[in-house]
Structures are given as C-alpha cells and as structure tokens.
Design a protein around this ligand. Structure first.
Ligand code: SIN
Ligand code: CO
Length: 388
C-alpha cells in the first residue's frame, strides 16, 4: 500500500489527497468509512465503565438542574435510573485504554503520525442528546458506532467567539449552520480544529471521537523552556562585558535586547533538546499510574520469553522514536533514552507490534543492547506480559 492507494476509511481518497485537501483545512463527510461497523462495546458496557473510579466520564443533561448541566463521574448505577428519557449524553474518555478492540481502531489512521493521536472518546446519547454547539481546538474523526446522529456543521471559531455563560462548558452563543448530515453506523465525519459543530441523537446512539494531540503555542513555550531550564546553571546569566557608557541611566537600550536575544537563541536553537522535549511531551500518558512494571531481571525476562511469554504494549503507554546523529531516541510514556543505531528494527517492532515473543524477537534475544532495552521497558511498565 502506498500513500496514493484509495482508502475506504477516507471514502476512496488516498492518504496523500486527504492530507493535501482536507487535513487541518476543511471538514469531510465519509459515508461507510467502516462498512458494517459494529461497536465492540455496548451502551451498557460504556455506562459500566463510567462507574469506575479510574475512568474519566461526564454526563451532560440539556434540561438538567440548569441548561446543559455537567456532571462528572464516577457515577452510581442509580444515576442511570434517574435520568430522563431523552436529551442527555454520557461521554467516556480514552476508552481505547480499557477496551483493546476499541484501541485497534487506530490502525485505520496509520496515514497520520501515531503520536498525534490522543485517545478515543465514546459518547452514548439518549434520543435528542448532545453536548451543545461548540468547537474543539483539535482535529477529530467522529465515527458513528450505533444509532443515528444528526451533525450540524457551523462557522470557524476562535477564542473571541461568544459563548453562553456557563462555568463548566464552552457552548457557543451563536451557531451559524452551514451544513447538516445524519450519520448511520460506519459513517464518519472529519472536522479540523475550530469548526463549530453540534451533534444530536436521532435515536439512542453512540459516537466514537478519535481525537488528536496538538500542544498550544503557550504549552510549547512554557514546557520547553521549563525543560531547558533544568540544564542551565544558576551562574549562567544576562551579561554585558561589551557595554558602552550609558547616555541616560534609566533607558533600556537596543543592545540589552540583542544580548537577551542571543541568550535565547543559544539555548532555544538546540534541535536535539527540542526533539527530546517534544518526544517526551507527546508520549506523556493520560494515566501515568497505570504504567508501572515488575522488578524483573534481564535473565528472568529472557527466560520467560524463551518459554513462550508474550509482551504487549501497556494500553496506557505511548511510544515513539526518532533518529539523531549519534543514534536513536526512544520515547516511552514521557521518558526518553538514547540507543545505538543497530536497534532500529527492534524499535519499529516494539512501537508497531501488538505482541513481542520469541518468534518475532528472534536474534534480538541474544543482543545485549536489545535485552537491556526490553528489560527497561518491562520494568518501566510500557511493555507488559500479555496474561497480566
Ligand atoms: C459527542 O460525541 O457527543 C461529542 C463529540 C464532539 O462533539 O466533539
Ligand atoms: Co466536539
């Protein structure tokens, strides 16, 4: 398959055409993106997840204690018995981390960098339910999984767009509809950031949102500079050995700004540090507490693999890799490590494969660097034994 192969998930467009004409540019409705799609999780199972302490969930009631009332989970079973017949929605975040069959859906999006994908949120709506007209600051693919949902598409928004007065939710005060579609199971709507949208359930329905990560400019600046600052000694300061006599002692002159600019450029211009920070940032897990591995020795690990054990990626971990002049960088759940270049195929396998075992690891089990890496990933918790 090449970037020019027509893809069903993109309605027959190739990855290249989709990225060129739609990605981050304009919405795209794709009928039967996944023909005959059946949700691997039922509404009852989704409601079951929302009872769990560790799972992030929300309920939105259009006519609740106030218009668009927001309640945060975990919920009780009795919550569901008391809900009205219509006009409410349950949203459960990161279901891919709890249901492997949901995680498998990201395979359809291999034409985009995996580290850009954030998680798969699933909503269940009673008839008429929705979360109100709003916009998101990230790209989303809205896959209809069960029942029918009417999507209304509106104007392009920004932080100046007027909102309803609501402490919890950002609901648009002014929705200017430009299009409208009813999606059936298997249909999918792609929305770039900032397009107003408003989904309402025609009948009881479930929608999967494949959401993307994109740090804001403010996040890039604050997090990257915090990261850089760790490496800078206190004695490295603004300095002016080249200063000329002041004509007015109260004036800040252009030469001071030039020195500051040089100080910033010296540190901000380091691409290797920028890559290291970015890889760590983009692989930060949503639930770090779910990533903790056993204290196992290299010998114990290799023996277990040789006896048939299977390692899989921890569903909460995030992996990515990059090439640098001195080797390879592996990013695993917010951490990075520099590895020798000959481990490239192992890194690709670990990032890509759903299972690592003696068969596909083959000669890696005899490679010192590879063994050490596998052990570290197991101890860190990014890889775990399949039967755990
Ligand atoms: C939903 O599934 O109801 C909300 C998804 C969204 O509008 O972002
Ligand atoms: Co949205």
């Amino acid at each position: 398959m090449t970037s020019d192969t027509p893809l069903q998930i993109l309605g027959g467009l190739s990855a290249r055409e989709f990225l060129r004409d739609y990605w981050q540019k304009k919405p795209l409705l794709i009928r039967q993106a996944i023909p005959g799609f059946e949700s691997p999780i039922s509404p009852d199972e989704l409601a079951g997840l929302s009872l769990e302490e560790e799972v992030e969930s929300r309920l939105i009631l259009e006519h609740g204690a106030r218009p668009w009332e927001l309640r945060r989970g975990p919920f009780e079973e009795s919550t569901y018995q008391q809900l009205p017949e219509k006009d409410w929605t349950l949203l459960v975040q990161a279901v891919d981390q709890w249901v492997p069959e949901v995680a498998e859906l990201v395979e359809h999006f291999r034409f985009l960098p995996n580290w850009r994908i954030d998680d798969i949120m699933i909503s269940y709506a009673a008839p008429g339910g929705g979360v109100g007209p709003h916009y998101d600051n990230y790209d989303v693919f809205l896959l209809q999984a069960h029942g029918r949902r009417r999507w209304r598409l509106g104007q392009l928004c920004d932080s100046d767009s007027p909102l309803l007065e609501h402490g919890d939710l950002k609901i648009l005060a002014d929705f200017q509809q430009v299009d409208e579609w009813v999606l059936e199971p298997g249909d999918m709507l792609y929305l770039p950031p900032r397009f107003a949208h408003f989904g309402t359930a025609e009948d009881e329905c479930m929608t999967y949102s494949v959401g993307f990560r994109a740090p804001s400019a403010a996040e890039v600046l604050t997090h990257f500079t915090d990261f850089l600052a760790q490496f800078l000694p206190d004695e490295e300061r603004y300095s002016d050995p080249d200063i000329s006599p002041a004509s007015d002692p109260h004036q800040i002159q252009a030469d001071a700004i030039e020195r500051l600019r040089a100080l910033l450029n010296e540190h901000m211009g380091d691409d290797r540090l920028l890559l290291t920070w970015f890889g760590q940032f983009m692989t930060e897990p949503r639930y770090p507490e779910r990533i903790a591995g056993p204290e196992i020795s290299e010998e114990e690990l290799i023996e277990a693999l040789e006896q048939g054990a299977i390692l899989v990626r921890n569903a909460s971990s995030r992996l990515a890799w990059a090439e640098v002049d001195v080797g390879l960088l592996l990013f695993a759940s917010g951490q990075s490590r520099l590895l020798p270049p000959h481990l490239r195929d192992l890194l690709k396998l670990a990032c890509d494969s759903s299972a690592l075992h003696a068969d596909n690891l083959g000669p890696w089990l005899a490679d010192e660097d590879a063994r050490a890496l596998l052990k570290e990933l197991v101890v860190q918790g990014s890889l775990e034994f399949a039967d755990e």
